[in-house]
Design a protein around this ligand. Sequence first.
Ligand code: ADP
Length: 361
Amino acid sequence: MSFIELSDIYKVYNEKHLAIDNFNLTIEKNEFVALIGPSGCGKSTLLRMISGLEDITYGNLIIDGKRMNDVHAKDRDMSMVFQNYALYPHLTNYDNIAFGLKLRKVKKEIIKEQVMEVAKILDLGSYLERHPSELSGGQRQRVALGRAMVQNSQIFLMDEPLSNLDAKLRNRMRIEILNLHKQLGVTTIYVTHDQVEAMTMADKIVVMNEGKIQQIGHPRELYYNPTNMFVAQFIGDPDINIMEGTIEGCSVHIGQTTIPLNKKLYTRLDAYQGKQVSVGIRAEDFRTENVYIESAEQKYAGSIELIEMRGDSSILITKFNNTEIAIKVPSNQKFDLNQRIDFAINQARVLLFDNNTGERI
Ligand code: ADP
């Protein structure tokens, strides 16, 4: 039995709006799970149902073997961290962190000990007597984390905790939260719309769309082995290139070009003979170096329309068969606009999708 089990969970708002549709997930102790998906897909609803702030319409929430559906939020032994920090402006940071403990009438000396301990971990020692308004966004979020930490809960629920921070600070806080997770080992469920955040932080990612689970897996699994086009397009930066192609024998034709496929990797090709499919190729699965070693049929050509410098790499937006594709190259390779380039394709990494269902072929 897993530590947290969500079985056949549904959420219906106002008796008509289905926000969560048959959600099933297990979470092990100490796991860091990220829920991701576009705005409105049901992430917050799910987190709020786990926390007890929202009723579960159907299904079971089991934690440590106990059904929790009807247990009051304050008795669920969870701490929540929100995007907007939810700190009390009239209280000092010390009192904000101590708030939950005071409510529970914990002894003053013990509160002090615990607040000082988390303040040390979070490097907040010199800010405790100030008010939240006197802190930067990152420091405020650390106070909110501190408030969650002193609760000593067995589960952390985090709802877009870094969304209000600028990019640099977000990267730093990401590392801080991961370090905290390593230190404390608290089971964490983390909601974000940012796939980079989920990919870099989580042991397990749940991709959602329109209230339904699309795929559950390790970040690597989602990236290399997406079950459908939605997941392939949601994960990865730049976006995966999607082109229209036609299956013929053991190849896919895209306009004038042909990409041979390894039959072992696509077990359902027979059903798609002569049919249109969507072909997904990630930007790094094109290669512009040493293309001359390829046979003429394995060499593809396009012209560069835009160059996006990213530091270690550049993205070449290239016209290929009348479609714009993104090709990732090391940025020390020099290219010019309108330059014609030859490239090769890593055929083993080509993803095919059914045009009607979006499912992987
Ligand atoms: P996300 O967190 O992924 O952005 P939400 O869980 O907030 O998505 O919302 C999921 C769906 O449920 C949306 O269509 C939203 O409009 C709807 N919804 C959320 N909260 C309520 C509510 N209190 N009453 C009615 N509909 C709601």
